[in-house]
Design a protein around this ligand. Structure first.
Ligand code: NI
Length: 171
């Protein structure tokens, strides 16, 4: 397995639309294993392939306390079950050290292929439901900062651009 570099906002590659996976091959399984290792190492509770500059519809998630319940979602889709909404202070490995409230659906149903290519369909609520909506946004080139005011988003962008400049100077 290998750790993959994570793209950070405002990198334009985070805006690409991911393509569906044709077939769940060993190569795709290798990608999901590397994404899980990268996510646990960060540490984070979700990672979309877009964030590691692979523009395929692949997401990994683990919202368990122990970090021992990996969820691999290939070609995932979700829909809301009802109109219930909730706010949660979200963060993102591509927007390090910033957190803010985003309103999401509380109860969803999701469909995907798992790591073995089997079709799954499950209901989700709470943190898992929020995480699925957040990660699937990534596959469509969308970030949680897009839900914030332009003022907040610009402030985050400027701070991260400064961080990236300093990192480059340090090389
Ligand atoms: Ni994210």
């Amino acid at each position: 397995m290998a750790l993959l570099p994570i793209l950070e906002f405002p990198d334009p590659r985070l805006r690409k639309i991911a393509k569906p996976v044709d077939q769940v091959t060993d190569e795709i399984r290798q990608l999901t294993d590397n994404m899980l290792e990268t996510m646990y190492d960060a540490p984070g509770i979700g990672l979309a392939a877009t964030q590691v500059d692979v523009h395929l519809r692949v997401v990994v998630i683990d919202v368990s306390d122990e970090g021992d319940e990996p969820l691999v979602l290939i070609n995932p889709e979700w829909e809301a079950i009802d109109d219930d909404m909730e706010d949660y202070k979200e963060g993102c490995l591509s927007v390090p050290e910033f957190f803010d409230d985003v309103e999401r659906h509380s109860h969803i149903i999701y469909r995907a292929l798992d790591r073995d290519g089997n079709a799954i369909e499950e209901k989700a609520e709470g943190l898992l439901a929020i995480c699925i909506q957040h990660e699937l946004d990534h596959l469509n080139g969308k970030l949680f900062v897009d839900y914030l005011s332009r003022l907040k988003r610009d402030r985050i962008r400027k701070k991260l651009e400064k961080k990236h400049r300093l990192e480059q100077q340090g090389r």
